[in-house]
Ligand binder design. Structure first.
Ligand code: ARG
Length: 622
């Protein structure tokens, strides 16, 4: 990656590195440890290099700092350094010159906003969404696509090739049970396939599960407590019925595997109904997951038996109590004591079998050098087992680079209700996702009407929709992803604090300045390229904040933690707000006005770009 010349930390680090090398040739490779200053009254940046250096060389830290200073030439970049620049145990404080800062901002002010393309873009798979057929989507389903899509967008913004994979749970015995149930209903004339909804399917799914559930404990209790022949017969009938249903469901699965047309048609209908709703929700929530990203478990079905054969033949899988497992105790495969189960003793394959197969396809066929799973934290062991097995089998080895693909879990916590328990409706059911979105829109509409009474009802509706989507997404993405968080409409829809509506307002406010400017000032004024005059402390702080943008995006690309960008954007909005309070823009004149307009425009571009990287839509006006 070419070193970006606008990054003050980089520029200072280079200077410090050579000063350290001159002061202490024996420690020439020391890290200059440049960070943004926490106390802006002392400087903009500081170097913490003297302390570890002194320890290593056995000198006093302040002496080391003084020696570095002696060899440091920052005259063209920073305000003069002196004894007073050394603080505490040996920090060196640096304040950039206003003209240097202006130059750095001008270098940053490109269409790419300082994010240059990587020398070698990677192919990266992001596993996100992963809904299950015939199950209604509820609040628990939003974290994977919110987080996964934000990560995917970040990596795309950084210039990589991203392939989204929606690992739909669309295969296996549970689905076969639902198919069986719907086939029975159709045969009984109580169901028409054409009018099937996701709610119908959700009910059918539950009833099908229940019908296959054998109450063996009940039967046992009848016998243990001698409840008599009548009770025992009733329990026996239940068990027989469930056994029969279970056996039929397995037959349906065999039919599906053999592509028997009647069963397959019902399955297809179930898939269509589920996916139509899933993709509609994604569209509404500005989640970039479309039909082309679907790669359901069913698409791996035919590959599983040959893959397991391959594992057996190569001695990677072994038998254990009739089942097949891949052992992972070796540190190379994760030193996991629980082996990865890839075939049950009844011959059936598992969730893990498909996931091992998915690693193989993603690395061998798609060419992924990195696979990121945006999945619930509770599936961590599952993933580590799958990765261990895939590595052991050589499926994770990239065909071109010859190296194992990076396999990462962007794990997330649960969404909780006020009571600290998983978020549910008052009746204890999970909250349906479409209802949740409607509630957010209603809450947003009330606030928008109150804040902007003079807009038309049509404008209110569009604004409320965007505010609601921004509020929902932002509330999720501003949290540390591994942690659980409490869902609160009140908080997320508020215009105060680090919320979606606050961020949208920050953008709309700047756009408003330009609308006014268009009326008041000559549209041909050259503010987009006018020299920056950063005299006021708030102007400098805003400029420094702007320059941190590429680093914030890169941090998400590395840590896979979208909240780092969210937090940065919130700080930028805060720096803008302080600037705007202290520095009149339209009321100022001449070069100052042009310079300030340019700062406003740059801030708006960074905010809009950053929010779009998170997948949060913005508004022209509110
Ligand atoms: N369908 C799964 C579930 O509901 C999520 C799929 C996640 N992706 C994966 N490759 N396992 O838990």
């Amino acid at each position: 990656m070419s070193s970006p010349t606008f990054d003050p930390i980089q520029v200072l680090a280079d200077r410090f590195r050579s000063a350290i090398a001159r002061a202490y040739p024996e420690a020439g490779d020391s890290d200059p440890l440049i960070t943004a200053s926490r106390q802006t009254n002392l400087g903009d940046f500081q170097s913490n290099a003297a302390m570890p250096l002194a320890k290593k060389l056995g000198v006093k830290p302040r002496d080391a700092a003084a020696a570095i200073l002696k060899h440091l030439d920052l005259a063209d970049l920073a305000e003069p350094l002196s004894e007073a620049s050394i603080a505490g145990p040996g920090f060196i404080n640096i304040r950039l010159r206003a003209d240097t800062l202006a130059e750095l901002v001008a270098a940053f002010d490109t269409p790419d906003l300082g994010i240059d393309k990587p020398a070698r873009p990677q192919t990266i798979v992001v596993d996100l969404m992963g809904v299950n057929l015939a199950k209604q989507m509820h609040v628990g389903h939003i974290r994977s696509p919110f987080i996964g899509d934000a990560i995917a967008r970040t990596l795309e913004r950084l210039g990589h090739t991203v392939i989204r994979q929606n690992h739909v749970g669309d295969w296996g015995l549970n689905i076969a049970m639902t198919v069986m149930r719907i086939m029975d209903e159709v045969a009984a004339g109580t169901r028409s396939l054409d009018s099937l909804t996701l709610d119908d399917l959700d009910t059918a799914y539950r009833l099908a599960q229940a019908s296959c559930q054998r109450d063996l404990a009940g039967l046992q209790a009848c016998r243990t407590y001698g409840l008599g022949p009548k009770a025992e017969a009733e329990c026996q009938a239940q068990v027989d019925g469930a056994t029969e249903a279970f056996t039929r469901a397995r037959q349906v699965l065999v039919q599906l595997q053999g592509h028997e047309p009647r069963a397959l048609a019902v399955w297809q209908r179930i898939a269509d109904v589920t996916m139509a709703e899933c993709l509609a929700v994604c569209k509404r929530l500005h989640i970039n997951v479309t039909a082309e990203h679907s790669a359901g478990e069913s698409t791996y079905a035919a590959e599983l038996a040959p893959m397991v054969e391959d594992l057996l033949k190569r001695g990677i899988a072994e038998e254990s109590d009739g089942a097949l497992v891949v052992r992972l105790d070796d540190p190379r495969y994760g030193a996991i004591k629980e082996p990865c189960l890839i075939r049950k003793s009844d011959g059936g394959f598992l969730y893990a079998t498909t996931d091992v197969c998915a690693v193989r396809r993603r690395v061998q066929k798609i060419g992924a050098e990195r696979i990121i799973y945006a999945i619930d934290a509770r599936q961590n062991l599952h993933l580590r087992q799958v990765w261990g097995a895939a590595r052991r089998a050589g499926y994770a080895r990239h065909p071109v680079t010859g190296e194992d693909a990076m396999l990462e879990h962007a794990a997330f916590g649960a969404i909780l209700g006020d009571d600290g328990r998983p978020f549910k409706t008052r009746t204890g059911d999970p909250v349906k996702l479409s209802d949740l979105i409607e509630q957010a829109v209603t809450a947003a509409a009330a606030i928008v009407r109150e804040k902007s009474p003079d807009l038309s009802p049509a404008e209110h509706a569009t604004i409320a929709e965007t505010v609601a989507v921004a509020a929902l997404k932002h509330a999720d993405l501003c949290q540390e992803r591994v942690k659980d968080y409490v869902f609160s409409f009140g908080r997320m829809i508020s215009f105060e604090g680090n919320t979606g509506p606050y961020m949208l307002m920050a953008v709309a406010r700047i756009k408003n300045i330009f609308r006014k400017a268009a009326n008041e000032i000559d549209p041909d004024l050259p503010w987009p390229s006018s020299p920056l005059d950063l005299r006021e402390p708030q102007e400098k702080q805003l400029a420094l904040a702007l320059l941190r943008y590429p680093g914030a995006v890169r941090a998400v690309g590395q840590s896979l933690e979208p909240h780092r960008l969210s937090q940065y954007l919130f700080e930028l909005a805060g720096a803008f707000s302080s600037f705007y309070d202290a520095c009149p823009v339209l009321k100022s004149e001449g070069g100052t006005r042009l310079s300030r307009l340019r700062l406003c425009s740059l801030t708006e571009r960074v905010l809009t770009d950053g929010l779009s990287v998170l997948g949060i839509p913005t508004l022209e006006r509110m």
